[in-house]
Design a protein around this ligand. Sequence first.
Ligand code: UDP
Length: 327
Amino acid sequence: MRILVTGGAGYIGSHAVRWLAREGHEVWVYDNLCAGHRQAVPEGRLVVGELMDRPRLVETLSAHQIEAVMHFAAFAAVGESVADPAKYYQNNVVASLNLLEAMRATGVNKMVFSSTTATYGAPNRIPITEDEPQKPINPYGFAKLVIEQALDDYRAAYGLGYAALRYFNAAGASPDGDLGEDHDPETHLIPIVLQVALGQRQNITVFGEDYATPDGTCIRDYVHVDDLSSAHALALKQLQPGTALKLNLGTGRGQSVREVIDACRRVTGHAIPTLVGARRPGDPPELVADSRRAQSVLGWKPRYMEIEETIRTAWRWHSSHPRGYAG
Ligand code: UDP
């Protein structure tokens, strides 16, 4: 298929682009490079543009006869969304609606959307199934939920076929160490811990040790970025106009912040000094996926089930690219 990948120069998008290209799809990337990296995109496949620029989107969709869009482009830092919600509503909501209109104008009626576990807020039951009520507790989650709703309204009224893939915590890097996570500033746990291992930071601050979890720190489900990529490719195969797939993507295994830090110590062989800080606003105590629906509907099976294996791929990337793509 001919696919346009928004945010294809970013962390998850770039891994998906490579995966899709290897499966034989014709892939084009649309990215404004505000957080993405030109070096993460295959030569000649990058269109630098803004999601708010509807004429450019329309031109891109038509010029490459795009059949489906994978929409990764978004800001994704929970804490920042609490401090600066306007950024999240403008970019993750308004710009996504603009993209949907560009698709409608050009008759592109398939989308795979990067949704998130943050749409569930602080869930009642762990592991989380897709039937859990979606009640976000931060602007990042609300903004993603607005787009899930818009997708469903577009499906009912205009025949859009879509998959809303609700990622848990994306982690890891391509096993060859060529693609990986490079955010500035970095806010995510595993890359920060690995920066401590590399000596680029003195320590890691654990955000809260007084949660109602076994060791008092937050529990998350870290799913490998290549497992997310394979789920996207499978979802694309299933998409039909007028139909919806809403699927959780996680391993079903939870790791506390302390457990992640310990696993990083084992993988890197470095002592990782920790401090304990206040809770980060907007953080629910525990998020673990029940992904059985994705496994049965898509035939998806995450390959990386051990946190250490996932961290090992991230470590390969960070230790071979200590300055990220700039290096
Ligand atoms: N976290 C932490 N210290 C940090 C960064 C993150 O303790 O410097 C915690 C954070 O509070 C959360 C978990 O690590 O419980 C995962 O956070 P991350 O930002 O990686 O992903 P999120 O769950 O926000 O999508």
